[in-house]
Design a protein around this ligand. Structure first.
Ligand SMILES: *Cc1c(COP(=O)(O)O)cnc(C)c1O
Length: 234
């Protein structure tokens, strides 16, 4: 199943990102688009790839592995795991992904490092931060992020690249910006604490808050609905 609306949605998403960067006074290529393809069929991923999209985000491991197998011919595709992960499922992520955005404890990072195959580059990691301090959300609490980052930075086969968050929904752009600004400040603090780590990534901004996220320094925006359309509820 391909989707006749997809090329236009993808073009609109790119335009939205470049407009947001311009309004924020930022360089054109200072933030990139991660196409979140969870629940969407492999044919739509292939179609987006044919229109130049390379980075894709998936939330559900089994579903992702099946799609990757079907899309194995797309050589320069980049896979990002962005969902919650149980520690007994780390091996498949270590073997089949380029990025993992949702690390919130040392055990997961240590297993990913240990299980990363030697022939692959280190796995890029982001710490997921529970920036709105919600009981229901995964993610490390902001005040615990630095200690965790220090430990992860010592692991040999992963590379700590930055922070990821899914803030609580907010009604206005100003309210959206608050937690996103907090994540930006937290990354700046980590950069101070770990000057030798390649901490260049703020994974934040989704279909509803992309503009606010770009204003607050997002470098990787994760768009699902805006590119692939609404998802069926699972
Ligand atoms: C689903 C999801 C997205 C994309 O959300 P949209 O609102 O559809 O753009 C981004 N990040 C994560 C972690 C997600 O689970």
């Amino acid at each position: 199943m391909t989707d006749s609306a997809l090329p236009a949605s993808l073009a609109r998403a790119r335009e939205r990102l470049s407009q947001a960067l311009k309004e924020a006074g930022r360089a054109k290529d200072s933030a990139h688009l991660l196409a979140v393809s969870k629940t969407k069929p492999p044919a739509m991923i292939r179609q987006a790839w044919e229109h130049g999209q390379r980075a894709f985000g998936e939330n559900y491991l089994q579903e992702a592995l099946e799609k990757q197998a079907e899309l194995a011919d797309l050589t320069d595709i980049e896979w990002h795991f962005i969902g919650p992960l149980q520690s007994n499922k780390t091996r498949a992520v270590a073997e089949h992904f380029d990025w993992m955005h949702s690390v919130d404890r040392l055990k997961i990072a240590a297993r990913l490092s240990e299980q990363r195959p030697d022939h692959l580059a280190p796995l890029n990691l982001c710490l997921q931060v529970n920036i709105s301090r919600e009981d229901s959300k995964s993610g490390v609490m902001p005040e615990e992020a630095e200690a965790l980052a220090m430990e992860i930075a010592k692991l040999p086969n992963v590379r700590l690249r930055g922070l990821m968050a899914i803030p609580a929904p907010a009604a206005t752009r100003e309210a959206q910006r608050e937690p996103l600004a907090a994540l930006r400040e937290l990354l700046a603090a980590l950069q101070q604490a770990l000057p030798q780590a390649p901490l260049d990534t703020l994974s934040m901004g989704m279909s509803d808050d992309l503009e606010a996220a770009v204003l607050e320094g997002a470098t990787l925006v994760r768009l699902g609905t805006a590119i692939f359309g609404a998802r069926d509820t699972r």
